[in-house]
Design a protein around this ligand. Sequence first.
Ligand code: SF4
Length: 304
Amino acid sequence: MPNFNSFQELLTYCQDNQCGVAEAALRYEEAYSGKQREEILAGMRAILQQMRDTVSSGINSTEKSMSGLTGGDAKRVMDFMNQPECFLSPIEMKMIAFGLATLEENSRMKRIVACPTAGGSGSVPAALIAVEQDKQVNPEQTLKGLITAGVIGEITARRMFLSGSAAGCQAEVGVATGMAAGGLVEMMGGTPEQVVHAAAISMQNLMGLVCDPVAGLVEVPCVVRNGLSGVQAAASATMALAGVKSFIPMDQVVEAMAAVGKLMHPSLKETAEGGLAQTPVAKAFTERFKSQKNSPDVISEPKE
Ligand code: SF4
């Protein structure tokens, strides 16, 4: 069983064995984890169910985060879905709401599934669960999408650190969106090549994205970035399913992203010393947050 150190290795295995990406990932897991297939699948089903539970609680909550910075936007988007001014389709609206919901639950210290990190945890559930619900996809097919997203994250993580502090937000929301895009293609019955093209298309669009969280909290801009990521993943998956190919092979996209992460200035890697974290409104909030963080009171929303 190959070790899947590259996407090319994964694709070669799929081609030689006439199998899909999720099947290849399951065989890999069986070979190296020592677990039986049913045990692996049971674990993945539990993860998927937790994602559904997080989305479900998040879209119905108006509770603010401990800092008061975020909370309630997922519900706002869900409520807006049936308004005459809404011009996006229900599936796109759900993708936005589900991504927001997951990160809002993270900010409320509720249970989420890191995918690949907490900061990027909204993309995969947003994309997969919205499509599952709207297209009435068999949950076992969604599971294949999740397994596919997992192997994309795993191979990428062997080439670069998946954290904002190591390589910026491209390594969190960027990689998460690539995982979601590939997962969607698998879920919709695409080929292994299309899975990998979708991930590559998506990740090149978020290359260079900096990590600039206000007050160092995983809230602003993290929540809205996750809200947008499911739609981007869906667009990338649609392009790949339509036959659009990434000119740059996925392995080289990942190498380029890792190199960009190394070039990125430390002020843009989770230190809150650059980007949005250094805007006047962010700095004013940070001052209030620092002075009140030992207080049990929730900090009021930042004023314009
Ligand atoms: S901005 Fe930084 S902390 Fe926020 S999601 Fe992106 S990488 Fe994570």
